[in-house]
Design a protein around this ligand. Structure first.
Ligand code: PMP
Length: 373
């Protein structure tokens, strides 16, 4: 099997991740923050270590401002619904995943907010910033956008968008589902107010947790109420993060997996990993360009997600063919219909190839051979 679907979830996981998850399950998986016995304390300690590791990896500035969630989607819903107020106007990019687009559309349909979409495809960074600035109104309270597209190699100039937002008094909420662990992120210097990411993609944890990292003065309300393990008497949630936002039992095994995933990235090779994924992307782009009728979308950009289509063959059919050769890719609209529309892919979408740390140049050769046949 050749796994080229790392944008959906990375596979396989580093051994240190699976080993620690297993150690957690067999040696210390008490309920964190729910008791003062050895197992509960050990789980809580590991969870705090994960907050510390993420906080320093992403330049958050305080471990308690890492809020664990079940996935990126929940983290984005928390940022969007916990921050926006009646009458706000927001700007989202045309590359947004449904995890941003749908909550925004629902709030707009209820008459709570208005929103506008800024273009990205085919624009230089300067043009993008100009088009974004043009759409700002006096009611604009947030820009919400992805850092890296989940369907193609386009990445957004987040630091420049952050500087613009800061200058105009607007908050920046970033979907880092496809960038955390690959692209450098420093929330403070990039002026990011809230950043959502999954544990199970390029941070190399397992499925079961994501997080929202928030800036110091980001006024957020919880999305859920419930037990927090501390301060049980009041009817309201505790006032401070992270407990204010983390109702119910946390997924300790997923969080310790994420901790090991982050540690594996900070052990000196993270930059090499991004460069290697990029090399594989360039090799695949070159190989596929030599095949007749193959069209690659946004190939001139700097990310490593490759989107292509073959004339006269549907994406689903192409995906089935590659699957029959043992090559795992993802086809269709990838939960990002606006992005497909902007790129001009056919009705059935296109084929996405996404690399991870365990892919090699021979995987690119196999993809090429399978497409040739
Ligand atoms: N945003 C982007 C850009 C994504 O690629 C994904 C995952 N496909 C999500 C959000 C949602 O992530 P999750 O499945 O962890 O909720």
């Amino acid at each position: 099997m050749i796994y080229l679907d790392n944008a959906a979830t990375t596979f396989p996981k580093p051994h240190r991740v699976t080993a620690e998850v297993m150690r957690c399950l067999t040696e210390y998986c008490g309920n964190p923050g729910r008791g003062s016995h050895r197992l509960a304390l050990a789980a809580a300690e590991q969870i705090f270590s994960c907050r510390e590791a993420l906080s320093s990896f992403l330049g958050v500035g305080a471990p308690e401002r890492i809020l664990f969630t079940q996935n990126t989607t929940y983290a984005l819903n928390l940022a969007i619904k916990g921050f926006l107020r009646q009458g706000d106007h927001v700007l989202i990019s045309e590359l947004e995943h449904n995890a941003v687009r749908r909550p925004i559309c629902v709030l707009a349909a209820k008459g709570q907010i208005t929103f506008d979409v800024f273009p990205v495809v085919g624009l230089t960074q300067d043009e993008l910033l100009l088009r974004l600035a043009e759409k700002i109104t006096p009611a604009t309270r947030a820009v919400i956008c992805t850092h890296a597209s989940n369907i193609c190699s386009i990445t957004l100039p987040i630091a420049r968008i952050g500087a613009l937002c800061r200058k105009r008094g607007i908050r920046l909420i970033v979907d880092a589902a496809q960038s955390a662990g690959i692209l450098p992120i420093d929330m403070k210097t990039m002026h990011i107010d809230a950043l959502a990411a999954p544990g199970h993609k390029s941070l190399y944890g397992i499925q079961g947790c994501g997080f929202l990292a928030i800036g110091k003065d980001f006024a957020l309300e919880p999305l859920m109420e419930g037990g927090s393990g501390v301060d049980s008497l009041p009817a309201e949630m505790p006032t401070d993060p992270p407990e204010r936002f983390e109702a119910g039992t946390l997924p300790t095994p997923a969080i310790v997996g994420l901790l090991e995933g982050v540690r594996s990235l900070t052990s000196g090779t993270a930059r090499d990993l991004a460069a290697r994924e990029r090399e594989l992307f360039c090799a695949a782009t070159e190989r596929l360009s030599s095949l007749p009728d193959i069209h690659i979308f946004a190939k001139e950009h700097t990310g490593s997600v490759l989107l292509f289509q073959k004339d006269g063959v549907s994406a689903a059919e192409l995906g089935r063919h590659l699957g029959s050769k043992g090559i795992c890719v993802r086809t269709g609209l990838h939960c990002a219909p606006m992005a497909h529309k902007a790129l001009g892919t056919p009705d059935g979408g296109a084929v996405r190839v996404s690399f991870g740390r365990y892919n090699t140049p021979s995987d690119v050769d196999s993809l090429w051979e399978a497409l040739k046949s």
